[in-house]
Design a protein around this ligand. Structure first.
Ligand code: ATP
Ligand code: MG
Length: 248
C-alpha cells in the first residue's frame, strides 16, 4: 500500500491552486494536512479521491495512476453526507452492498464497523436522531466498511463542539491503531494534527511550506516539550502567512 503525489499542479480556470506538489506516504501512515482556508487542501484531497484530475503530474496508489473514484479510497466528509432515509445500519451497509456483497453479509460487516465506532446499539435508528459526533462516527464506519486502503478525511470534526472533537480525535486514533489503514486527514487545528499525525504537512498558498515526520509515541500530550515547540513552529509559519496576506 503506497501513495505517491508526483509534481501535481491544479488550476481552476486561470487561478493556480496547487503548485507542483510532491510527497510520498508510507503504508499505515497517518498524514495530517494543515493550512489556511483556501490554500488548496480540499482540492488536493479531491484529487487523491479521484473526483478531480491534476492538470500536471500524477497521483499513484500502489503504483497505479488514480483516474477516478474507487473503493480503495474511502472518503469521510465534514458534513458526513449520510442518507437520511436509510437506517444507520443501512447507511454503513451501502458500500459493501454496492460492491455486490450479499445483503446479509453486508449487514454483518456493517454491524462489525458500527461496533468499532461504538454505535452498535444505534443500528436501527435514523441519522436525524443522532448527534453530530455520532453521525460522524457513522460516516467513518461507512467509509471503513467499503474496505479502503486509504481513508480520506476532509475536516471531519470541523463542525463538532470542542469536547466532542477531542473525544472523536481519541476514537479515531484508537481505530487507526487497531486497523492501521493509511489516513489522509485535513484539519485547521495545529494541535489536532500533532496529536494524530506521523506526518504533518503544512500548506501555504498551494504549496508545501513544511513537512514533519513525527515519531513521538501515542497518545501524545500537549504538555510534552516536543509537542509544544512543534506547535509554536507551525503557528509561526501560518501566522507569518496571514500577516503578509494582510499587508499585501
Ligand atoms: N470548483 C471550483 N472552482 C473555482 N475555484 C475553486 C473551486 N474549488 C475551489 N476553488 C478555489 O480554489 C482555492 C482552494 O480551494 P480549496 O477548497 O482546495 O481550499 P481549502 O484549503 O480546502 O480551504 P478550506 O480550509 O476553506 O476548506 C480557493 O481559492 C477556492 O476558492
Ligand atoms: Mg477545504
Amino acid at each position: 500500500m503506497s501513495l505517491v503525489i508526483n509534481h501535481v499542479s491544479k488550476s481552476y480556470g486561470a487561478k493556480p491552486v496547487l503548485k507542483d506538489i510532491s510527497f510520498a506516504v508510507e503504508p499505515h501512515e497517518f498524514v495530517c494536512i494543515l493550512g489556511h482556508s483556501g490554500c488548496g487542501k480540499s482540492t488536493l484531497l479531491n484529487l487523491i479521491a479521484g473526483y478531480l484530475r491534476p492538470d500536471e503530474g500524477t497521483i499513484q496508489v500502489n503504483g497505479m495512476n488514480v483516474s477516478g473514484p474507487s473503493k480503495e479510497r474511502g472518503v469521510v466528509f465534514q458534513d458526513h453526507a449520510l442518507f437520511p432515509w436509510y437506517s444507520v445500519l443501512d447507511n454503513v451497509a451501502f458500500g459493501p452492498e454496492a460492491q455486490g456483497i450479499p445483503k446479509e453479509d453486508a449487514k454483518r460487516k456493517a454491524r462489525q464497523y458500527l461496533k468499532l465506532v461504538g454505535l452498535e446499539r444505534y443500528a436501527e435508528q435514523y441519522p436525524s436522531s443522532l448527534s453530530g459526533g455520532m453521525k460522524q462516527r457513522v460516516g467513518i464506519a461507512r467509509a471503513l466498511a467499503g474496505g479502503p486502503d486509504i481513508l480520506l478525511m476532509d475536516e471531519p470534526f470541523g463542525a463538532l463542539d470542542i469536547l466532542t472533537r477531542d473525544t472523536m480525535r481519541r476514537e479515531l486514533q484508537r481505530i487507526w491503531m487497531e486497523l492501521r489503514t493509511m489516513v489522509i486527514f485535513i484539519t485547521h487545528s495545529i494541535s489536532e494534527a500533532i496529536h494524530l499525525g506521523n506526518k504533518v504537512i503544512v500548506m501555504k498558498d498551494g504549496d508545501i511550506a513544511a513537512m514533519y515526520q513525527l515519531d513521538l509515541p501515542f497518545p501524545r500530550s500537549h504538555q510534552d516539550s516536543e509537542f509544544s515547540s512543534l506547535l509554536a513552529e507551525i503557528e509561526a509559519i501560518l501566522i507569518e502567512d496571514s500577516v503578509s496576506e494582510r499587508i499585501s
